[in-house]
Design a binder for this molecule. Structure first.
Ligand code: SAH
Ligand code: SF4
Ligand code: F3S
Length: 460
């Protein structure tokens, strides 16, 4: 992050009061990253300064994730250290935001009494008000469901090239393993006008790429007034893409996460027709077995999933496909697991996020009595991961010798003579170049080396 610019331009009038400094540590998904950027923007607006090191900061935020147990446990070890620090730095303000905050609520205060603020994801845009209450001497818990207000501050974005734009918050699905609906609440779509205005502003600031975000982005618009209209006036993802597509300056548009239950042909055709929409689709399938999919309450079969991928490849033969999958769901047999391996073998994903099932609080499948042992889960995860690496390696070979358009984002952290960026298909690509000149540029790169998950090439 490159904060602190404003205060460098306008030094405080007296040097006796140094501004308070803050740090935000972010766990979890893109939604949390986007929330952290907005919370950072609010703190910047309040005159605080960014500190790289949480141990030097006066306001410490942990924006947390609880998708699996190991994600949740991580935060407790961090919190323990900060709680100790507070004993000799009483001015330290300690905040837990995000999904663990929502899940645990006031229980967190009992576990870590040094906390000043526990705030769920729906409250991210209210950080300023909540800190005011803390300054008045209160310990605050903000986890009740609310209508998410539009954020009027300028997010403190991680990148100057590529930006997240939230389009829908929450999730109304009820996948039996998933904690997200209980921690992120009901679906709330932003208006097309607000989304487009944010994209225009980003284009104006020099951003080139936008990723539209939602836990179930295909649900976009169904909660907005007028969503029952037909055709072009209806609020849905396809019409949103049409509506925002010509935002000046933005050259690439991505979106995530798609749900196979709702992914339709009209959306696929629109993606193929709109030149800025990149040929990369993230469509989690979770399992390749129909019985398991049913127990997960996903609402589709593996045949339907395969048909979606076929349709995408029909309209965009080179599209890259990524997904999420869970192994070791309660009751999953060896044969059912092999159906997942078969799907992975058949589809040939460009990338796959794999996870062993983890029982989560307040989810139906957590209390079923057919849980599998950790040994079985980890054995299946390893077998799947081996296959994924082989298949991704094979998929990557198609890039060998090709010329790809790379949007340069940064220096290669491992080699200062190289820059890195992404192809339209979202493959991370490295090549020799000067970041000062190339940042934010589209560069034609000839691919000379194709590894499973990244490419190396030369400026063409
Ligand atoms: N909205 C997206 C993903 C949400 S969570 C979707 O519908 O697919 C991100 C990923 O975490 C999920 O796709 C799933 O693969 C994984 N996940 C969610 N709950 C899990 C659990 N209880 N155990 C293991 N992995 C889980
Ligand atoms: Fe979780 Fe299912 Fe919603 Fe995705 S669609 S966030 S997996 S409940
Ligand atoms: Fe984690 Fe919450 Fe995202 S649980 S995956 S940070 S929605």
């Amino acid at each position: 992050m490159d904060g602190g610019k404003l205060s460098a331009m306008c030094p405080p009038l007296t040097m006796t009061t140094t501004p308070r400094r803050y740090n935000i540590t972010t766990f979890g998904c893109q939604m949390n990253k986007a929330d952290s950027e907005r919370m950072g923007g609010i703190l910047d607006d309040m005159g605080l300064e960014w500190s790289e090191d949480p141990n030097q900061a006066d306001v410490v935020v942990y924006n947390t994730c609880t998708i699996r147990d190991n994600a949740e446990q991580k935060v407790y070890s961090y919190l323990g250290k900060q709680a100790k620090r507070k004993h000799h730095s009483p001015d330290l303000t300690l905040i837990v935001a995000g999904c663990v905050a929502e899940q645990e609520g006031a229980k967190l205060l009992r576990r870590v009494p040094e906390l000043d603020l526990v705030m769920g994801p729906q409250h991210a845009n209210r950080l300023g008000d909540l800190l005011q209450q803390v300054d008045n001497g209160n310990q605050v818990v903000a986890t009740e469901p609310i209508h998410i207000p539009e954020d009027i501050s300028k997010p403190r974005r991680d990148s100057t090239v590529s930006a997240w734009v939230n389009v829908i918050y929450g999730c109304n699905e009820r996948c039996t393993y998933c904690v997200v609906p209980s921690v992120r609440g009901k679906e709330q779509s932003r208006t097309p006008e607000a989304i487009r205005a944010e994209m225009e502003e980003l284009g104006h600031q020099g951003y080139k790429e936008v990723t539209l975000l939602g836990q179930n982005i295909d649900a976009y618009g169904r909660d907005l007034p007028g969503s029952s209209e037909s055709g072009r006036n209806k609020h849905n993802l396809t019409n949103l893409l049409d509506y925002v597509h010509d935002a000046p300056g933005i050259e690439r548009i991505r979106f995530a996460t798609s749900h196979p239950r709702y992914f339709n042909e009209r959306l696929i055709r629109t993606c193929a027709e709109l030149p800025k929409v990149c040929e990369h689709f993230h469509i989690p399938f979770q399992s390749g077995d129909n019985e398991v999919l049913k127990a997960m309450a996903r609402g589709y079969t593996h045949q339907k999933y395969r048909r979606i991928i076929d349709k995408i490849r029909h309209y965009m033969p080179d599209a890259s496909i990524s997904a999420d999958v869970i192994v070791g769901f309660p009751g999953e047999t060896e044969e059912q697991f092999e159906n997942t391996l078969k799907l992975v073998e058949d589809i040939g994903f460009d990338q796959l996020n794999t996870a062993a099932y983890s029982p989560r609080p307040n989810t139906p499948s957590a209390v079923w009595n057919n849980q599998l042992s950790e040994e079985v889960k980890s054995d299946r995860l390893q077998r799947l991961n081996r296959l994924v690496a082989v298949k991704a390696g094979e998929r990557s070979q198609r890039y060998q010798g090709r010329i790809e358009e790379v949007l340069v984002e940064d220096r290669n952290p491992k080699d200062a003579t190289q820059v890195m960026g992404r192809t339209r298909g979202n493959r991370l690509t490295f090549f020799t170049g000067d970041i000062q000149k190339l940042k934010g540029q589209f560069v034609r790169v000839k691919i000379t080396e194709a590894r499973a998950f990244s490419l190396t090439g030369e400026h063409y």
